[in-house]
Design a protein around this ligand. Structure first.
Ligand SMILES: Nc1ncnc2c1ncn2[C@@H]1O[C@H](COP(=O)(O)OP(=O)(O)O)[C@@H](O)[C@H]1O
Ligand SMILES: [Mg+2]
Length: 485
C-alpha cells in the first residue's frame, strides 16, 4: 500500500516523518495526538457543556489512539504528494486496518464517523469540515478550542464541535491562511484570508485572543439571494422590490447602509442584477463576494501588507485607480474610510449608478458616517461643504437591518433630497413599521409606502424609459395602504 512504512501491529516504530513548519494544505497537524503531553491535553470542559461531552470523551480517547497508530504507520510526506481523493482513500484503508487490528469496539456508524474525522484532521480543516460542508450556515465562529458557534437562519447556536487543543486550532488556522500566502502566529496575530470556496476568514490569535485563537468564517453562498427571494422572506414588499429594481437600472447612486450581517452585501448583489449588460462596471472589494451577471466587469481586490509591512493596497488606492479605468459604474463592496471621498467624487463626475455599502444603523447615521469618514481622510473641508458634496452625490440610501428575532429586513428606502441651511434633508419612500411580537418572539410588522407620488429620481426614471413602471409600483403601494387602512 502506498506510503506505508511498517506493517501495522508490529513492534518497530520508525522515526516520525518530519513535518514542514507552515503546514501546506495537505500536511498533517504538527502535533499528533500520540505525542500530547499532559499540558497539551484537552482541558476539562467548562461545566455547562459537560453533559453533552461525556459521551464524546471516550470517542476522543479512541480517536487519539487510532490517530497515533496511523501517524506511525503512514508516511505523511508521501501522502501529501497525492491528490485529495487518493490521499483520503489511502488514509481510509490504513485506518480501517488499524481499527481491525486493535479490535476497537465501535459500531459501523461510529467507525465511519471516526474515519471521516481523522481524514478531516489530516487532509482538511479538521473539526470544521462538517460545518463547512453545510449550506445552511451563514457564519462559523470558533472561540478557542472548546467552543464553536454557528449562525443558522439569523440565530446563533452553540455546536458540539471542539478541537483537540488550542495547538490543533492554531494549526488549522495556519493551514487556512497559508493557502493565500499569509501567516498567523504570535508575531502577526491578526490575519484575513479566504477559503478556496470564497468564504471570508478572520483569525485573531493569542496573545491577543486570550482563550485561544478566535476564527470567524463568513460562509460564501454560491446561490446568492435574489430580490424575488427577499420578497418571499418578507424582507421587502413586492412594490418596494420593484422600486429597487428601477433604482438599480436607472443609475441612481446608491448607498446601502446596515449593521454587520444585516444583508448589505446581499442587497448590493441583488441591485447589480438590474444593471444593463452594456455597461462597464468596476468592483472594489476587500474579499471578492459580489457576483455580477454582466459581461463587462473588472473585479479588483485590496491587499493587506506583507510580512515586511509593505505592499499594501488600500480601498482608497483601488477606488482612485478605478477613475482612470473608464468605468461607467463603480461598485465598492464596503466603504470603511476615506475612500468614501473618492466614491462620492466618482458619483458626482459622470459615474452615475455607482454603489457602495456603509456600516450604519439608520439612513441618518449613514450620512453622519460618511461625513466622519471624509474627515478621516484629513480633508479640511467645512462641514457644510462636505454635506453639499454628499447631497449632490448620493441619490438613495437603502437601510438593511437584522432584527432581534433573526429576520433581516429592508427598513428604509430613503432619498437624499438636498440641503436646508446646514442640514441634509431626506425623504423616505418605503419604510418598515414594527408593530409588535407574536407568541414565538417573531417580530410583526409591515412595509409601507410613505405615499410619495413623485420621488426625486423620477426624471431619471423617465430618461431611462422606466417612468410608467415606477408610477405603477408607487400606485400599487398606495393602493395597498388604502386597502389596509
Ligand atoms: N433578507 C435576507 N433574508 C435572509 N437571509 C439573508 C438576507 N439578507 C442576507 N441574508 C444572509 O445573511 C448573511 C449575511 O449577509 P451579508 O449580505 O453578507 O451581510 P453584510 O454584508 O451586511 O455583513 C448571508 O448568509 C446572507 O445570505
Ligand atoms: Mg458585507
Amino acid at each position: 500500500m502506498f506510503g506505508k512504512r511498517t506493517t501495522i501491529g508490529q513492534g518497530t516504530t520508525p522515526a516520525r516523518p518530519a513535518i514542514p513548519a507552515p503546514a501546506p494544505a495537505s500536511a498533517p497537524p504538527s502535533q499528533p495526538m500520540s505525542s500530547a503531553t499532559p499540558a497539551s491535553r484537552t482541558p476539562a470542559p467548562p461545566p455547562p457543556l459537560e453533559a453533552a461531552r461525556q459521551k464524546s470523551d471516550q470517542y476522543f480517547q479512541t480517536k487519539s489512539l487510532i490517530f497515533g497508530a496511523m501517524i506511525e504507520a503512514i508516511d505523511l510526506s508521501q501522502l501529501s504528494k497525492l491528490d485529495a481523493a487518493s490521499a483520503r482513500d489511502e488514509l481510509r484503508d490504513v485506518i480501517t486496518e488499524i481499527l481491525t487490528l486493535k479490535s476497537v469496539a465501535m459500531s459501523i456508524s461510529e467507525q465511519e464517523e471516526l474515519l471521516e474525522d481523522i481524514c478531516n484532521d489530516v487532509l482538511g480543516y479538521g473539526p470544521l469540515e462538517p460545518l463547512l460542508a453545510r449550506d445552511d450556515i451563514a457564519d462559523i465562529m470558533v472561540n478557542g478550542a472548546d467552543k464553536t458557534y454557528i449562525e443558522v437562519s439569523g440565530k446563533i447556536q452553540l455546536t458540539n464541535v471542539r478541537f483537540r487543543d488550542n495547538a490543533q486550532l492554531m494549526n488549522i488556522c495556519q493551514r487556512i491562511v497559508s493557502q493565500v500566502g499569509r501567516r498567523v502566529d504570535e508575531a502577526s496575530p491578526i490575519c484575513d484570508a479566504r477559503l478556496p470556496d470564497g468564504s471570508r476568514v478572520n483569525v485573531i490569535a493569542p496573545p491577543l485572543a486570550i482563550d485561544g485563537a478566535a476564527l470567524t468564517i463568513r460562509k460564501f453562498k454560491k446561490d446568492k439571494l435574489t430580490l424575488e427571494q427577499l420578497v418571499k422572506f418578507g424582507s421587502i414588499s413586492v412594490e418596494g422590490a420593484e422600486v429597487l429594481k428601477i433604482i438599480g437600472r436607472v443609475r441612481c447612486n446608491v448607498v446601502i447602509s446596515g449593521g454587520t450581517g444585516s444583508g448589505k452585501t446581499t442587497l448590493l448583489n441583488c441591485l447589480t442584477r438590474y444593471i444593463d449588460n452594456d455597461e462597464r462596471i468596476i468592483t472594489c472589494e476587500d474579499a471578492a463576494e459580489l457576483q455580477l451577471q454582466q459581461p463587462h466587469v473588472v473585479r479588483l481586490e485590496t491587499r493587506p501588507p506583507n510580512l515586511e509591512g509593505t505592499g499594501q493596497v488600500t480601498m482608497r488606492d483601488l477606488v482612485k485607480n478605478c477613475l482612470r479605468m473608464r468605468p461607467e459604474r463603480i461598485i465598492v463592496g464596503e466603504v470603511r474610510g476615506p475612500e468614501v471621498f473618492d466614491l462620492l467624487q466618482a458619483m458626482n463626475t459622470g459615474h452615475d449608478g455607482s454603489m457602495g455599502t456603509i456600516h450604519a444603523n439608520s439612513p441618518r447615521e449613514c450620512l453622519a458616517r460618511m461625513e466622519a469618514m471624509i474627515a478621516m481622510g484629513g480633508y479640511t473641508l467645512l462641514p457644510k461643504t462636505v454635506r453639499e458634496m454628499i447631497c449632490s452625490s448620493v441619490d438613495v440610501i437603502v437601510q438593511a437591518q437584522r432584527l432581534r428575532d433573526g429576520s433581516r429586513r429592508i427598513t428604509h428606502v430613503t432619498e437624499v433630497m438636498g440641503m436646508e441651511g446646514d442640514v441634509i434633508v431626506t425623504q423616505d419612500v418605503f419604510i418598515y413599521d414594527m408593530t409588535g411580537e407574536d407568541a414565538n418572539g417573531r417580530i410583526i410588522g409591515k412595509h409601507r409606502s410613505t405615499g410619495i407620488g413623485k420621488p426625486r429620481f423620477w426624471d431619471r426614471a423617465r430618461y431611462y424609459g422606466e417612468e410608467k413602471r415606477l408610477a405603477a409600483a408607487l400606485d400599487a403601494a398606495e393602493l395597498r395602504e388604502e386597502r389596509v387602512a
